[in-house]
Write a protein that binds this ligand. Sequence first.
Ligand code: FAD
Length: 497
Amino acid sequence: EPGARVPALVIGTGYGGSVAALRLAQAGVDVHMVEMGMAWDTPGSDGKIFANTTSPDYRSYWLRTRTKQPLSNFLGFPIDRDVPRYTGILDAEEMGGIIVYQGRGVGGGSLVNGGMAVTPKRENFAAVLPSVDAGPMYSVYYPRANAGLGVGTVDPTWFETADCYQYARVGRKHAERSGFPFVFVPDVYDWDYMEQEAAGTVPKSALAGEILYGNNYGKKSLQKTYLARAKATGRVSVSPLHKVTSVAPAAGGGYTVVIDQLNTTGGTTATKTVTADRVFFAAGSVGTSKLLVRLKATGALPGLNSEVGKGWGDNGNVMCGRANHLWDPTGALQSSIPCSGIDNWAAGGAFAEVAPLPTGIETYASFYLSITKNPHRAQFSYNAGTGGVDLNWQTAWKQPSIDMAKTIFDKINAKEGTIYRTDLFGTYKIWGDHLTYHPLGGAVLNKATDNYGRLHGHPGLYVIDGALIPGNTSVNPFVTITALAERNIEAIVAADL
Ligand code: FAD
């Protein structure tokens, strides 16, 4: 309530925020979570909470009047369409040279993501988080995160015969024929539920193509894991459709937090002010970075250091498709939940997810999202003219990612006698190099903060999300974001409360 004082305020309800809320509440601290997106707990007129990927509607995009699909074209035809402006679930945020996709709502990215829950190889960890001791990460915090998230792996026996994973088996065959290690990728999707979908005994979600705009069944989003446990403590409250716009030191100690209440077309219906003893920035890499950069530049938080806004990367994301021969169909039915990948990180700097193309028809296409060792790092800066925050990422900076992905797919194409698809991202365009699903960095651990996420210059302010990670995790990021949050909040609870 306006004017209230809260012991702990968490900005955002994604991975970092959910871990912070649960562990603070378990330590006896009352927590208030502020989330700019919707609650996503009420069905629409079609009886479903979430829209299907094949038929985006008002629920699908954050305050857009036209969809901005990651695959913009199919067989040469543009597939974007008009939708009513609404506080929908997927934000396609255009940041200069790159479109950054993010989840909006209670659960953050867990609402829209593929659920791929990958722990980096230990030999790669020092490059991911150089200041963090790998020992406890791999013995305590990664296991804790995997358990808390409900991570599991496809039953390898079922995989061999499931129609919905023919595309993954074709991906495996082509990878192995070219000498690349093929790996199963864990996921938070309920694998038993997916087997029941395939058997036709439950309503379909992964097998109905649901993913980008939410899964109505089967996926263990944060709403079903960390956030459910946090709410069950009785100490955590959540305000959806509330957006934090300012945090500044309060006269009597603590911080004054200014919050806009939004309606579903994005308008501000009320502005509220609360005081918080501690504030946890968990608005995601972009959300947290934009807030901190603006608050430093406008003098609200003058003590923040010059590392704020730096070290941002795209996790080296790049997409491509390959056109298979007619004897390698990938299946009309494809599970929207990927379960496998091709690991060429050590030799070529690329880890490629064998991704679905759930169009409902046979496309003879293999589709891949690669995570690459892209070295480029961008910086957020305040734009006094617009009052906004810009990111200086250059589209051309994707070239190293393309080169690394080619270490896998040029070789496979040569071996199989196949070519790249040129119809998925425009006309005659091979590489999906215009986007990222994995924004990381902007308030890097042990630089903008101490080695546990305490912001320099303002005691009681913390960063606890993907902004802490300097640009790359070598695999999909949310398990690392969760494990790092578990590590940091344990230290903060022990020493600061
Ligand atoms: P987020 O989960 O982004 O949460 C931040 C929250 O803060 C959001 O809910 C946002 O609305 C809210 N917020 C922002 N600003 C404010 C504000 N000012 N006031 C109030 N609230 C605010 N990762 C994987 O590991 N595996 C995958 O398979 C995978 N697939 C993906 C697919 C897609 C389409 C996308 C978009 C992402 C995917 N990711 C995947 C990435 C993963 O979802 C993110 O890395 C992760 O969600 C980041 O967690 P976070 O805690 O940093 O922030």
